[in-house]
Design a protein. Structure first.
Length: 260
């Protein structure tokens, strides 16, 4: 990725900031996007001094229409961008039914609406250039219905499905896609949702440097779906094979015999 230009959303802390640090160490120039301009500028200066890369800052709240349009325009017009890391996201604490619907709607705006627009714009721009990579940060909760907030899980299932379809539509274009499915990761997202990270089981909590390093190695290896903590890749392959096996039967002209 040397001398490439990556645009990273949610880059002021956590997974986004760690992508910035690790990509800068690889020689990648950066555009950092997040709400907190002060934190972005501090990170940008540190990366310039540490790695000699070019780093620009684009302060934006992706739940705000005008801010989202500014980031979208940057992806459209800046032909040097070769990588979009669609990382910005949030969660809400508690169960779906008891949750604050306004907060849930804000979460869906960030996790789905903003991510979708930027992925759509990047896909069009990269396809026209026949070069580029889109990384969408999902979650292992995309695969889980038994715990956490149902709307958050559903938003990440959406990201996983969208990435699958982007991969299919971009197959002959020279554009690559990847969905990263982190498990519990040591970031600020828990405190922002009102939960202490110290309450989480240590054996389930991955350090953010390890997570991003694994995600980038998965990207290097050409993985479409990267689940950093899963040792046996056959488990994921079996999951996908089971999903694909049902497809010939999901739309037929007669009901199954058990319904007759």
């Amino acid at each position: 990725m040397s001398q490439h230009l990556a645009l990273i959303t949610g880059a002021s802390s956590g997974i986004g900031a760690t992508y910035a640090k690790q990509l800068a160490a690889r020689g990648t120039n950066l555009i950092l996007v997040a709400r907190d301009a002060a934190r972005l500028n501090l990170l940008a200066q540190s990366l310039r001094e540490s790695h000699g890369v070019e780093v620009s800052v684009l302060a934006a709240d992706l739940t705000n229409h005008d801010d989202l349009q500014r980031v979208d325009h940057e992806i459209q017009q800046n032909k040097a961008i070769t990588l979009l890391v669609n990382n910005a996201g949030m969660t809400v604490e508690g169960k779906f039914i008891d949750g604050d619907i306004a907060k849930i709607q804000t979460m869906l705006t960030l996790n789905i609406v903003a991510l979708t627009q930027l992925a759509h714009t990047a896909a069009q721009a990269f396809r026209a250039r026949r070069n580029g990579t889109i990384v969408n940060i999902a979650s292992v909760l995309a695969l889980v219905s038994e715990s956490a907030n149902g709307a958050y899980n559903a938003s990440k299932a959406y990201v996983l499905s969208l990435t699958h379809n982007l991969h299919r539509e971009l197959a002959e274009s020279g554009v690559r896609t990847q969905a990263v499915l982190p498990g519990l990761t040591r970031t600020e997202i828990f405190e922002r949702a009102g939960k202490s990270i110290n309450e989480l089981p240590a054996e389930m909590l991955m350090e953010v440097d390890d997570l991003v390093s694994a995600a980038l190695r998965g990207l290097d290896a050409g993985e479409l779906i990267t689940i950093p903590s899963v040792e046996d890749v056959q488990l994921w392959q079996s999951y996908e094979e089971a999903r694909i096996a049902i497809l010939p039967f999901i739309s037929l002209n007669k009901p199954a015999s058990r319904y007759l």
